[in-house]
Write a protein that binds this ligand. Structure first.
Ligand code: BG6
Length: 523
């Protein structure tokens, strides 16, 4: 990894104890155990290491280890030859039942960890992962301190999941609770988008290629489009999602992180704080909308049901746990402006939604048009150059350029120069982030000032949604590309959303281009 100086030093996680609160939960099973197993099979965790699972329900070490093996079988791919390795891995796991508000049980947890560390000769380097609802972070932190688990000479770090608050005020409160116990440098706030390979690759693309940086500004770029569309609905998370909606669930964190990565200035050095400083500057320049102005720049919508092929898809209000008159947005699109020297006048269009037609996160950089009336445009077809960064689930990028349509005098067609990075070597986001936290690299975690500035941008929008009738809730059909109103955001400037390709890419050869158009190759 290029980002931090720390990364270059530690290519293997040092010996440590990983204490996981919420050890029997969904996140642990689906994401965390498979991620840690991957690190283990890549030999990136130094032995000795211990993993202590903590949750309320009773378990013995053996029954817990069995659960670990089962969840890794279910959510990861294990070959026959790797079975022994998996069983060896599971033996590093121990279990301690504890309630988050019990002094006594935290004391028992401390004693247990001390004993295990002595027996296994693990130094008291400890990482605490709080995979639990944020309202428990404060209590958990205080008990960690009170029980003495944070004493000792080894490093002590805490990893927490989003959502980090519900608005600026609650985020400040949460942060104050954590800061009573931990220093900012010890707090690792996860935004799993920052662990995605292509998101990290934006830095390399921009700062390791001489061709992009000179044109990465308002002189050459017409607009930037960031889309994160999902085909899934709210699933079994209505309790959380009803309160959060797409604005808090995706924009406050993942989408703004992508905006920062695209818009940041080159950092003075490739170290953690220099990179985070540049990202924060983007948020400082991000134009904040007054509540009354939100409706002019932000569109919100909710999906309605429809019959699809062989089944009927429910509308959001019909989903389990959702109020029948819910006004929670499942889709949001917005036009953002970064009021600094580089980006003045360049709109950043963002959109994200559930139950859309495609699962894809893509960033499109649209370059300015050539003077169209002078060359090559007699037969139409001349479009702008696009640089498309495909974040998820397909990973890669392509550059859309214009080429001569063979057999014609000067007609032009668009084709893509494509790079795809699908490979077994690509790490999962959680794998990379856990690894970074254990070796003390916080580059791809969210610093407090990023969180607070993101809320300062989001809060007036949330307020407009709550209180301003002009910020109307639109609807879109489940399985569609979103509400018509989101297209209108771009019309004023004569732009349009570029399609999100998901698994497909525009034609990379003439054969493909003509085959897709259903035309003969040589007209
Ligand atoms: C999570 C959101 O942070 O990101 C989910 O809470 C969303 O609602 C998910 O589905 C999307 O992540 P990815 O990696 O699948 O794009």
């Amino acid at each position: 990894m290029m980002a931090s100086e720390v990364s270059d030093v530690l290519s293997v996680a040092p010996a440590h104890t990983f204490v996981l609160f919420g050890a029997t939960g969904d996140l642990a099973k689906r994401k965390l155990y498979p991620a840690i197993f991957n690190l283990y099979r890549r030999q990136q965790i130094a032995s000795p290491f211990l993993i202590v699972g903590v949750a309320r329900r009773p378990h013995t070490d053996e029954s817990f280890q069995e659960e670990i093996i089962n969840s890794i079988h279910e959510f990861s791919h294990v070959t026959e030859e790797e079975e022994t390795l998996l069983h060896d891995f599971a033996r590093h796991f121990h279990y301690q039942s504890a309630h988050i508000d019990s002094d006594e049980e935290f004391q028992q947890l401390h004693n247990r960890i001390d004993e295990l560390e002595k027996a296994e000769q693990v130094p008291d380097n400890r990482v605490f992962y709080l995979a639990m609802a944020p309202e428990f972070f404060g209590t958990a932190a205080l008990h960690l301190q009170k029980s003495g688990l944070l004493n000792g000479t080894g490093f002590k770090r805490v990893i927490i999941e989003k959502p980090f608050g519900h608005d600026l005020a609650s985020a400040q409160e949460l942060n104050a609770q954590l800061r009573q116990v931990f220093e900012e440098e010890q707090i690792y706030r996860i935004d799993h988008y920052l662990g995605k390979e292509m998101e990290q690759n934006i830095e390399v693309l921009r700062f390791a290629n001489s061709m992009f940086e000179p044109i990465w500004d308002n002189r050459s770029i017409a607009n930037v489009q960031i889309t994160s569309s999902e085909t899934v609905g709210v699933e079994d998370r209505a309790g959380y999602y009803e309160q959060s909606g797409a604005l808090r669930d995706m924009v406050q964190n993942h989408i703004l992180q992508m905006v920062m990565m695209i818009a940041m200035e080159p950092p003075s050095r490739l170290n953690t704080e220099a990179i985070r400083d540049e990202k924060v500057k983007v948020l400082r320049s991000l134009r904040r909308y007054a509540v009354d102005d939100v409706a002019n720049h932000v569109v919100r919508a909710q999906y309605t049901g429809q019959a699809m092929q062989d089944k009927t898809v429910l509308g959001y209000r019909e989903e389990k746990g959702v109020a029948h008159d819910s006004t929670t947005e499942t889709f949001i699109a917005a036009e953002l402006f970064i009021d600094n020297f580089r980006w003045a006048g360049v709109p950043f269009y963002i959109r994200t939604g559930k139950r859309m037609d495609t699962k894809a996160t893509e960033i499109v950089i649209q370059f300015k048009d050539m003077p169209k009336n002078m060359y090559f445009n007699q037969n139409g077809g001349l479009g702008p150059n696009l640089l498309v960064i495909r974040v998820n689930p397909a990973e890669g990028m392509y550059l859309q350029i214009n080429t001569k349509r063979p057999g014609s005098d000067n007609a032009v067609i668009p084709v893509a120069l494509e790079f795809s990075q699908e490979s077994n070597a690509v790490k999962e986001a959680y794998e990379r982030l856990i690894f970074d936290a254990v070796r003390g690299d916080s580059t791809y975690f969210t610093r407090w000032d990023e969180v607070s500035l993101a809320w300062k941008f989001v809060d007036p929008i949330a307020k407009a949604f709550r209180e301003n009738p002009q910020s109307k809730l639109h609807t879109y059909l489940a399985g569609s590309s979103g509400p018509q109103a989101s297209n209108e955001l771009l019309v004023e400037r004569n732009f349009k959303w570029w399609p999100v390709f998901g698994q497909e890419v525009p034609a990379t050869s003439l054969e493909q281009y003509f085959a897709r158009k259903g035309e003969a190759k040589r007209p």
